[in-house]
Design a binder for this molecule. Structure first.
Ligand code: ADP
Ligand code: MG
Length: 587
């Protein structure tokens, strides 16, 4: 086993637990009901031992006949009380746990849609998914199970101890000498529990990641014969998870019997003392029975109390992972400016931008685009074309210079207002679970069916939609694998047409198409480009020839700009690229 975790990690655990508790005790009425249930439940234990002693003593008393009626009634009453207490406690805790789970999932969901693009660049999707599913469940388990056991069993211990104290406090005190020993073992085990739990969460995240990659990439895996590689990866990750689980179980299953042994030794000592003649003097057999059974019954709740530790530590580890995510800074949205519809002029003034400290993706880019103009960006892959257009909807924050929309800094716009002015069509069309119509009207379910039909028609998407059995109501399926690349692209164009934003960004929207789709898509794009400011990134130069300005990018700089004819006559970068492409086509 590794060294015991230091004090600061214990303090952090406590801070996390307090924060977690604020979620649990949010609903005071339910919490109080639950606690009331636990008090009733815990009291039923000592009540039963008391009943036992009393019944025993009444056998040899003169009230024997009376007791014969009363004793069974009390027995039933105690059982009834215990049942009620158990229900109130159990149900209330389940209620709280489900609420905590729901609230955390909602908060995580809200967080996820508000995080900046750079966050997702750094994170593995699978780990994020498992935070929302696995980690949240661990927390709910910790919250309800820990509170249940802590209160129910904790109160049971306290009540039994009180009963013992009432009979003979000196004797009972000798029993309590074991408590520092028990406490020491429990806190030693806590550190290990927490460490293994957080390792387990990370490996669960990896398992989720690999599983989702296996599902998403099922074709790639098969074509590269990577089945074995994927399986091995999953096997080793799952094995690591199993191993960590076993370490946790080892800690749990070692610490519990040790605590049990210590408790048993304390009890044995207590019984030995209790069986002394001095103790017997002046006490009834009933009292003796109460004393011994209360002492004997202490063992089980004490064991349960030490066992919840593993659950609590698992919950703390899970809450560390979840609170870390909740504490991630959301996208900055300090802008106030909001307009219904901008005219569409876009200007970059000496814009510098880097994803990380090491190098700049854009180095002093300046460009001015009038409303309705089309700008084409060409250049080698990695030259900074996507980086440039991604700054307009503020997916990333530029370091220097200014980006103006209608003469106003993009930072000054309210974020959703800014993004409402921009349509983005990329090579990777993301379709969501739902019907085709819902996907075209994505994000705004208020469009009329006619409007959706018009957009689909203008995007030349109706050609294939009308061939589908349920037309616009056809389910897209998880990743729209039933649609071809060109068909998805046309849906994306229909989406953009319907949104009708004044600024349009086409980032290699036509790169992955077959010749047949390309014809339709060019027709659709002509309609889409009309009357809006358009940034078009394309590899095939034929797509960009008609642009008002063509900008050639290299290593984050604009090295050439002008119209098609201007650039050809300049015999520079563009002319060279043009030459290479046309000679390729002739072959
Ligand atoms: P293009 O679209 O012209 O192919 P990009 O704008 O995507 O080029 O990339 C410009 C540079 O920025 C490249 O060096 C690329 O490696 C880097 N880059 C792109 N996206 C990211 C990202 N999300 N995080 C870090 N670096 C990135
Ligand atoms: Mg790109």
């Amino acid at each position: 086993m590794a060294a015991q975790p230091d004090r600061s990690s214990l303090r952090r655990g406590w801070v996390l637990y307090r924060r977690l508790l604020t979620y649990v005790i949010g609903n005071k009425a339910v919490m109080i009901t639950g606690l009331l249930g636990f008090v009733i439940f815990a009291a039923s234990g000592p009540a039963a031992t008391q009943w036992l002693g009393w019944t025993l003593d009444s056998i040899s008393s003169e009230n024997y006949e009376q007791a014969r009626i009363l004793s069974p009634i009390i027995c039933l009453a105690i059982a009834f009380g215990r049942g009620i207490g158990s229900f109130l406690g159990g149900y209330s805790m389940a209620y709280l746990a489900q609420h905590v789970m729901h609230r955390l999932r909602c908060e995580l969901g809200k967080k996820l849609v508000g995080l900046p693009a750079s966050f997702f660049d750094r994170q593995a999707g699978g780990r994020l998914v498992s935070k929302v599913t696995y980690d949240v469940q661990q927390i709910a388990g910790a919250a309800s199970e820990a509170i249940t056991v802590a209160f129910r069993e904790g109160l049971t211990v306290i009540f039994y101890l009180a009963q013992l104290f009432l009979i003979d406090w000196q004797l009972t005190l000798t029993f309590l000498i074991i408590s520092p020993l028990v406490g020491g073992i429990v806190s030693l085990a806590s550190g290990y529990f927490r460490r293994y739990s957080s390792q387990m969460q990370d490996s669960m995240g990896e398992v989720t990641q690999i599983a989702s990659e296996t599902i998403k990439g099922h074709k790639v895996i098969r074509t590269f014969n990577a089945e074995k590689m994927v399986n091995d990866k999953l096997t080793s990750t799952s094995e690591r998870n199993r191993h960590q689980n076993m370490k946790l179980e080892l800690t749990r299953n070692t610490s519990t019997p040790i605590v049990q042994m210590i408790v048993a030794m304390g009890l044995a000592f207590l019984v030995w003392l209790a069986m002394s003649p001095e103790f017997f003097a002046g006490r009834s057999p009933g009292e003796f029975v109460i004393f011994l059974s209360a002492a004997g019954l202490l063992a089980k709740p004490i064991r349960q109390l030490t066992q919840i530790n593993a659950v609590i530590q698992r919950g703390i580890a899970a809450s560390a992972s979840i609170f870390d995510l909740l504490d991630e800074p959301s996208e900055p949205n300090r802008g106030q400016h909001a307009v219904r519809r901008i005219d569409g002029s876009v200007e970059f003034k000496d814009v510098w931008f880097s994803y990380n400290e090491s190098s700049f993706a854009l180095k002093g880019v300046s460009v001015k685009v009038e409303p309705g103009q089309t700008v084409a960006l060409v250049g080698k892959s990695g030259s900074g074309k996507s980086s440039l257009v991604n700054l307009i909807p503020r997916f990333y924050q530029h370091n220097r210079g200014s980006i103006l929309l209608d003469g106003i800094e993009v930072d000054e716009y309210e974020l959703s207002n800014l993004r409402g002015q921009i349509s983005l069509v990329t090579q990777q069309v993301v379709l969501f679970d739902g019907t085709i119509a819902e996907n075209i009207a994505y994000g705004n379910p208020h469009y009329s069916l006619d409007a959706i039909k018009d957009a689909a028609g203008a995007a030349h998407a109706m050609e294939f939609i009308s061939k589908l059995e349920s037309g616009l109501d056809a389910q897209v399926g998880d990743d729209a694998s039933l649609l071809s690349g060109g068909q998805r692209q046309r849906l994306a164009i229909a989406r953009a047409l319907l949104k009708n934003a004044p600024v349009l960004i086409l980032d290699e929207a036509t790169s992955a198409l077959d010749a047949e789709s390309e014809k339709f898509i060019h027709l659709a794009l002509q309609k889409l480009i009309k009357n809006r400011t358009t940034f078009i990134i394309a590899h095939r130069l034929s797509t960009v020839e008609r642009a008002d300005v063509i900008m050639v990018m290299e290593h984050g700089r604009v090295v050439e700009s002008g119209t098609h004819t201007e650039l050809l006559s300049r015999s520079g970068h563009y002319a060279r690229m043009h030459e290479i492409q046309s000679s390729n086509q002739e072959k």
